[in-house]
Design a protein. Structure first.
Lengths: 109, 610
């Protein structure tokens, strides 16, 4: 493609039709705590891996709800499962199991 | 001393022989299967251990103490210990003495499988001879010992609390068959020998039995039916053995050889794991041990049922239980057989979770953020750990202690470092953990420090077990502070304040550190005892081990643990793990502090200079 010195940015449109309800329901079944999240961001703030990468459970949950599964996985792939998010979560979400369950259901193994 | 039956055979031995041959062939095949499924290096290790006199001595000692005398159960409860030991040791002695009798009196029958067992039927003896009387007496004595044990076992079915067990395992069908056979083997033996005692002779137990029955049954027609019954019950017991919990009798001895050779679980169902699974006696000691069982609904998640489902290969149940376990290790510490059920569960998790994708490329750039390494040989590296960063009071206190002792130290993860890898191991992501471990090892080695002080027992355990840190001493801060006090580099004010110490799972059962924190606390104030402590301490409920246990269930465990800790009404609860500290602090009415905090508060600043 010719270089015009500028380019079009990728669309940031969120298509909720992409959301896989079946997978989401399976996730809710495995770890019902996912529904408790109020996106406060305590998990992200305390994250060990978050110091080096963009790891964020809060973002991952939001992206999953928006049907952006690939992006969601990028936000948790560097997780070290250290459990700090579980300790700080004001909603007492079982974060480690949630993280494992997301990986199990959404990643192509 | 003469053989009563010419040819030394009667049809009634057939049921016994069928069972015996079946079990011998079964055991041989099973043993070969287990050995073949071991990795080659493990097989070599096992072979070498068999020619090592030190390990052989340990094997023999363990078999006598664990399999026959059940010393571990004796230590828990005398009656329960006697019940197990009387049956195991008594039966063993009856078999041994039977063989000795055959060897001494009818050497031509040596090698016959049934002769030692049915000796009284085949050989008539005079108890007037000294030899005969001694053996008669010994046989009757051990039979009496076993019968008393069987009596206790029956009583335990009705009232298990009398033998120190709140809960017992629910037996499955094969267990019941084997159990009732086991119960009837010895009373039937008494009857059979009793009826025969008129012809073959007997001692203090069999003679009176004979006389008693002779008074109203009056003839020898009962001899054959009772011997048939005795032989049949033995046969059924052996046929049911591989499918019942009594498979632990032969497997336990075999497992002791594997354990003492230092073999580790490499697969959740094969090799060592298989031997462990069949060594489980379903005794149910783990039911009372498990902290989750403070709620009755969690009983089905106990180790004993995990192993039962392992035997049945019920994948769904196995995974469910494996994911729920807190991995506190109490069931392993109390298990009379030494089955490492936590190791089995961890291996099972690895089967499921090891293939989950991960991306740890960032580890390459994550280094120590601390100052330039000191090349001081005695330099100390302080590794706080993730959890300790959530409880900064511990870090502050440790800084104060280092300063008071005049210690030069390097703070490895001052601005937050990489996780130690233990949580990944616990979740079964062992491959991922290896990357983290490699990175941390590199960081620790590069620092040039020869001692690592850690504040988190979770990190300490993995550093001890999985890291390759040659020449580096690993200390938990309780050990480090204890050393400082002993070297008089740290002097503390003693007050009237009373403490209770909570043994964190990973520090106590995990790293075997029980006395150091108690020594430290005794030099600050009064140490009170908890309801259950040391090996029996109860998990705080915050454990990273459990994957699926939710918050509400964890709160129940925390409250139970707190109730047991405050049994003697201490002023403060002291612990040595940031995770326990955080979990308890949320629930406890009493102040909960880390041991470093109490020490830092009570440092006597002027004392050292004086």
């Amino acid at each position: 493609m010719a270089n015009f010195g500028y380019s079009l940015t990728k669309s940031s449109r969120i298509d909720l039709n992409n959301r896989n309800i079946e997978k989401w329901n399976r996730l809710v079944e495995l770890e019902p705590d996912v529904l408790k999240c109020m996106a406060c961001g305590s998990c992200t703030a305390s994250c060990t891996a978050g110091k080096f990468t963009k790891t964020s459970l809060r973002s991952a949950i939001l992206y999953l709800q928006n049907g952006q599964e690939k992006e969601a996985l990028e936000y948790i792939q560097s997780c070290l499962l250290c459990g700090k998010c579980f300790m700080v979560c004001p909603r007492a979400i079982n974060t480690r199991h949630l993280l494992l369950s997301i990986s199990k259901i959404y990643s192509n193994r | 001393m003469r053989e009563r039956i010419i040819g030394g055979y009667d049809h009634f031995v057939l049921p016994f022989m069928i069972g015996m041959i079946f079990i011998l062939v079964y055991l041989l095949i099973a043993m070969i299967k287990v050995i073949m499924s071991l990795p080659a290096s493990d097989r070599k290790k096992l072979a070498l251990s068999l020619i090592n006199p030190k390990i052989m001595y340990k094997n023999i000692r363990d078999i006598i103490c664990d399999c026959l005398l059940h010393i571990k159960i004796f230590k828990r409860n005398l009656l329960l210990g006697y019940m197990h030991a009387s049956i195991a040791f008594g039966w063993f002695m009856i078999i041994v003495i039977g063989h000795i009798e055959v060897m001494l009196f009818v050497p031509q029958r040596n090698g016959s499988l049934y002769y030692p067992l049915f000796y009284r039927f085949f050989v008539a003896e005079q108890n007037q001879t000294l030899k005969g009387a001694v053996f008669f007496f010994l046989m009757d004595f051990f039979l009496l010992v076993i019968l008393s044990g069987i009596g206790l076992a029956m009583y335990k079915r009705i009232r298990s609390r009398a033998l120190g067990m709140r809960r017992t395992t629910k037996p499955c069908f094969a267990d019941r068959v084997a159990l009732y056979c086991l119960w009837s083997i010895f009373p039937l033996r008494l009857l059979a020998e009793g009826f025969t005692a008129g012809i073959s002779g007997g001692s203090f137990l069999t003679k009176p039995t004979n006389m008693l029955f002779a008074s109203f049954l009056g003839n020898d027609m009962n001899i054959m039916p009772t011997w048939w019954a005795y032989s049949t019950v033995l046969g059924i017991f052996f046929l049911a053995l591989p499918f019942s919990r009594y498979m632990h009798i032969p497997t336990e001895a075999f497992y002791i050889f594997l354990r003492n050779a230092g073999l580790k679980i490499h697969h959740p169902r094969k090799g060592v794991a298989e031997a462990e699974i069949y060594s489980c006696s379903s005794c149910g000691i783990c039911l009372d041990a498990c902290p989750m069982n403070v709620q009755k609904k969690n009983l089905p998640y106990s180790s004993v049922y995990f192993i039962r489902f392992q035997r049945r290969n019920n994948k769904k149940k196995i995974n469910e239980i494996a994911d729920k376990c807190l991995m506190c290790g109490k069931c392993v510490a109390l298990c009379p057989v030494g089955v490492d059920s936590c190791g089995l569960k961890q291996a099972q998790r690895a089967v499921v979770n090891n293939t989950l994708p991960y991306d740890y490329k960032f580890l390459g750039t994550a280094g120590h953020t601390a100052a330039a390494p000191q090349n001081d040989d005695n330099g100390i590296l302080y590794f706080a750990g993730c959890m300790t960063h959530l409880t900064p009071a511990i870090i502050k206190s440790m800084t104060k202690i280092f300063e008071a002792a005049g210690e030069k130290y390097l703070f490895a993860d001052k601005d937050g470092g990489v996780c130690c890898g233990r949580p990944l191991m616990l979740a079964g992501k062992t491959e991922a953990a290896k990357e983290v471990i490699a990175k941390n090892t590199q960081n620790i080695m590069e620092s040039g420090c020869k001692t690592v002080v850690l504040s988190c027992p979770i990190c300490l355990k993995v550093l001890k077990e999985e890291y390759n840190l040659k020449g580096i001493t690993l200390l938990h801060h309780t050990q480090y502070i204890n050393n400082l006090i002993q070297q008089k580099r740290l002097v503390l004010n003693k007050s009237e304040e009373s403490f209770v110490f909570h043994d964190p799972c990973e520090l106590g059962r995990g790293c075997n550190i029980y006395n150091e924190p108690r020594n430290v606390l005794q030099s600050i104030g009064q140490l009170k005892k908890a309801g259950k402590e040391k090996k029996e301490s109860i998990c705080c409920g915050g454990s990273l081990g459990s994957l699926t246990l939710n918050y509400n269930d964890r709160v129940k465990i925390t409250q139970e643990s707190l109730n047991i800790l405050t049994y003697n009404n201490p002023d403060k609860i002291v612990t040595a793990c940031p995770l326990c500290l955080k979990t308890f602090s949320d629930q406890s009415a009493r102040p909960v502090v880390d041991i470093a905090q109490t020490v830092a508060e009570n440092i006597c600043n002027g004392c050292i200079k004086q």
